[in-house]
Design a binder for this molecule. Structure first.
Ligand code: ADP
Ligand code: MG
Length: 490
């Protein structure tokens, strides 16, 4: 979906992202963090808000939050404070959510995002703040489970969330999606979150307003809640642009509100008029002391950060001789970059490995809807296969045909080549026979080649390839063809 810029209005978008931190237990209770467990089985008196319980802050969650803050160049605050955000909802047993409000964990960072509309150039998207909070439970309205009633599952209640708030620096739905992808990559790089939208551990609220081109004052925004796929983020924003533009075109005023996107109708619908922060009666949680972080603690976390995408991308170009585009593509996902590096460390020739990954491996993954982490293809196996091609032991054509199977089922490519009889035909006798047959069948083409029409050579080579089932070693084939044509110097 790449709509052209709106002719009259500039689109302004700021995103609030909630990412579940990858911890074993919840933010303030020892209940386990699970996915797909039986409802209300991953709970503890603290997340159920039974009388007399006290929250205990999860140190690992703090460490992961600091990792994200540092990786996104935020300033980690020496003191942050947990506050109570009061509201009533059945999936919130305490009657308030513990969140950071006036004093968040971190402020003022940025992400350099490669924007789709800027010829692949990067633009800086500023972060306002990053803070920690706890997730709520889930209300289940599914008639098959709950009938007319609503059930509540508290397994998610109290799970550690990171909220990452961007400045209103995004200018189109496509830019919003690009930013989300960059943020997801960063969260995964530092092992802070699975950041998987489908599993609900990466969720996005999108704030959007329009203003006339050239206007410096921001327009009135609306907030689109709980967009849970990249496709919906873009579709919802496109729909909201249309809705707001319609109001403004008619001389009306956009009302600040919270909206929901209905994928079925492709329209946005007002849920409630915008509540004020006042409505939540925020105050510091008296059960929790302020979170104090020393420079030494912060630096210890910094020292444990892995090499981040930008640095790695530069190193891949320098050390492995990769083109910038290839390096960038590989480094977008830490798992893919790891895969590449493991393969390259086995046989070198990074540029050609990158090419195979880009052209064949990613293609096979996409076809089966897999991520590289789920592929059965071992980095060493890809390295072996590519090396075999380089040595002339198998043609690129035969090798490529093996990639989908290796991705799906794994296995040793060298054994597969042998078992399937895919070894390249470089045996001169066999090649001579095939070449002679082709020259006989295509006497006309031979005449044209002899007359200097060089492109006919590829046709003849193609014919020999066909006869050998794609197994002719290309170098040997060229040599034999030249010999049989009586060309000198070959
Ligand atoms: P709240 O927490 O009440 O939603 P914030 O001031 O924290 O309000 O803003 C939340 C998000 O809204 C931020 O990502 C910010 O960039 C974005 N935002 C604020 N004003 C606008 C606007 N006029 N148009 C688009 N986005 C906006
Ligand atoms: Mg908001």
């Amino acid at each position: 979906m790449s709509a052209a810029p709106h002719p009259v209005y500039e689109v302004v978008i700021g995103l609030e992202v909630h990412a579940q931190l990858r911890t074993r237990s919840k933010l303030f209770s020892p209940a386990p963090v699970t996915y797909g467990a039986e409802p209300n089985h991953a709970v503890h008196p603290i997340c159920l808000a039974l009388p007399g319980v006290l929250p205990v802050l999860n140190g690992r969650a703090v460490e992961l939050a600091i990792r994200v803050a540092l990786a996104s160049r935020c300033h980690v605050q020496p003191q942050s404070v947990f506050a109570r955000k009061n509201y009533f909802y059945p999936d919130l047993p305490k009657g308030y959510q513990i969140s950071q409000y006036e004093e968040p964990l971190a402020t003022g960072g940025w992400l350099d995002v490669r924007m789709p509309d800027e010829n692949g150039g990067a633009r800086r998207v500023r972060l306002t703040r990053i803070h920690m909070e706890e997730d709520a439970g889930k209300s289940i309205h599914d008639a098959a489970i709950a009938g007319d009633a609503t059930h509540v599952d508290l397994n998610r209640a109290g799970v550690a969330l990171l909220e990452i708030v961007s400045e209103p620096d995004l200018r189109s739905p496509a830019e919003a999606a690009a930013y989300l992808r960059a943020l997801r990559s960063l969260l995964r790089y530092v092992d802070a979150s699975d950041a998987d939208m489908e599993r609900g551990n990466f969720r996005c609220d999108a704030n959007i307003s329009l203003r006339r081109h050239g206007e410096s004052k921001l327009g009135t925004r609306t907030e689109l809640k709980n967009l849970n796929s990249f496709r919906f983020v873009e579709a919802a924003l496109e729909a909201e642009i249309l809705r707001q533009a319609g109001i403004l075109d008619a001389g009306g005023k956009v009302v600040q509100a919270t909206l929901q996107f209905d994928p079925a109708s492709g329209r946005t619908r007002i849920l409630r008029l915008k509540e004020n922060a006042d409505d939540y009666r925020y105050f510091p949680d008296p059960d929790l002391v302020p979170l104090l972080l020393s420079d030494a603690q912060i630096e210890r976390v910094r020292a444990g950060l892995p090499e981040l995408a930008d640095a790695r991308c530069e190193r891949f170009q320098r050390e492995h001789g990769l083109a910038e585009d290839d390096a960038r593509l590989l480094c977008e996902s830490r798992a893919l970059a790891d895969f590449f590096e493991a393969a390259a460390s086995r046989h070198g020739d990074g540029a050609s490995l990158a090419n195979w990954i880009r052209r064949d491996v990613l293609h096979a993954l996409a076809e089966h809807g897999l991520e590289i982490e789920q592929a059965k293809l071992a980095p060493a196996a890809l390295a072996d296969l590519v090396k075999r091609v380089r040595e002339g032991g198998v043609t690129a054509q035969s090798a490529r045909a093996l990639v989908p199977e290796l991705v799906n089922k794994g296995g040793d490519p060298l054994r597969l080549i042998q078992e399937r009889g895919l070894e390249a035909v470089s045996d001169t006798g066999a090649l001579e026979a095939a070449v002679d047959a082709v020259l006989r069948e295509h006497a006309g083409h031979v005449e044209r080649l002899r007359a200097g029409e060089e492109k006919v050579r590829n046709f003849l080579i193609g014919q020999v390839m066909k006869r050998t089932g794609g197994k002719a070693d290309p170098a040997a084939l060229r040599r034999v063809l030249a010999q049989r044509l009586g060309e000198s110097g070959s």
